[in-house]
Design a protein around this ligand. Structure first.
Ligand code: KG4
Ligand code: ZN
Length: 334
């Protein structure tokens, strides 16, 4: 069969990214322009600033992609784009760009859900085997999902309140760390030990999660100690938080492995870049003989290569979109 090259665009939050992905699994080129340093000054992503920066940068990113890949329009088979979920203004910039390229180059347009994109980042490592358990841990999601085949999702459970990434970011903020919080907590925790007794998230046997109690406990602890002029050992607190937050993911995954007899598993989303999580999941999967795939660090956080990977099964099904599709800030994929 002829190779299929998909040009993919991702702009749902604060990364302007474009990639060319061959056959859904090989990254020909991927350009990521992050706005992280700008938003760090504000302590988080400012939506209006993000969409303006996407508008300013998106054609430069396209130029760089075409130059670095050495490819031209005749070698591209389709244009894929994230249409949901994310910041509406940011999504619209990528979506309009994708529609314009699709129209001018006369290529089919494929709309891709961002969260599904995170899952398909694993196809860039090795072809996903079904049935499979997917643990999605990002700024917007904490989900456990069974996939029986491409685009066949069955939800086991999810967070009843805050997502794990959101809690990492909030805890980072109260500890005075810069945005994005996850990698900075991880760094701080490297020199810490378990010394703060934090409440465990819901201690039940469902596949749901709850992280708001843990978040409030850390915030209250910091405020109380500050009011008493007591010093906080930030390294220890970061470490203790991380252990409690991630051990809960491990406990629930172990439950699914035991109950359902899972044999294949992937992890997806920004928090999957966390080394403690990666290590704990590797140990768990080794113990139960489960085949585990985790994306390379560069494909854990937002990037367009994962969107190209997720678009490939849709291309094969000719699941193309019209040029009047809209963006959506919210979208559940299960
Ligand atoms: O998947 P992502 O880039 O964006 C969404 O689709 O939500 O995830 C961003 C989240 C942020 O909350 C960020 O703090 C977290 O992923 N994150 C991490 C790490 N790297 C990114 N959390 C823990 N440890 C990390 N190394
Ligand atoms: Zn993401």
């Amino acid at each position: 069969m002829k190779d299929v090259n998909i040009l993919a665009i991702e702009s749902s939050c604060d990364e302007t990214s474009m990639a060319i992905v061959k056959n859904g699994c090989e990254v020909v080129e991927c350009v990521v322009l992050t706005q992280m340093d700008t938003h760090a000054k504000f302590g988080g992503v400012v939506p209006e600033v993000a969409s303006r920066m996407h508008t300013e940068n998106i054609t430069m990113v396209l130029d760089e992609l075409l130059r670095k890949s050495g490819m031209n329009k005749d070698e591209i088979d389709a244009i894929a784009v994230t249409y949901a979920p994310g910041l509406l203004g940011s999504l619209l910039v990528g979506l309009e760009c994708a529609k314009t390229i699709a129209f001018v180059w006369n290529k089919p347009l494929i709309k891709v859900n961002h969260t599904i994109g995170h899952i398909y980042a694993n196809n860039l490592m090795k072809k996903m085997n079904y049935p499979m358990l997917a643990l999605v841990v990002s700024g917007g999601h904490t989900d456990m999902v069974i996939m029986k085949d491409d685009y066949e999702f069955e939800k086991l459970g999810s967070s009843l309140d805050d997502s794990i990434g959101e809690v990492y970011d909030k805890v980072a903020r109260v500890l005075g760390l810069k945005y994005p919080g996850g990698p900075n907590i991880e760094k701080l925790a490297q020199n810490g030990k378990y010394s703060y007794d934090l409440p465990k998230p819901v201690n039940d046997d469902t596949y749901n999660f709850s992280y708001s109690g843990l978040k409030s406990a850390v915030i209250n602890l910091v405020h109380n100690e500050e009011q008493r002029n007591n010093e906080i050992n930030k390294e220890d607190l970061a470490y203790s938080f991380q252990v409690v937050a991630i051990d809960e993911l491990v406990r629930k995954v172990e439950l699914a492995i035991k109950n359902i007899g899972v044999k294949n598993m992937i992890i997806a989303g920004g928090v999957s870049a966390n080394k403690y999580l990666r290590e704990q999941m590797k140990n768990l999967c080794e113990k139960y003989n489960v085949e585990l795939t985790i994306p390379d660090f560069k494909y854990c956080t937002d990037n367009a290569a994962m969107i190209g990977a997720a678009a490939y099964p849709l291309y094969l099904k000719k699941d193309f979109s019209k040029l009047d599709i809209n963006a959506s800030s919210y979208s559940s994929f299960v």
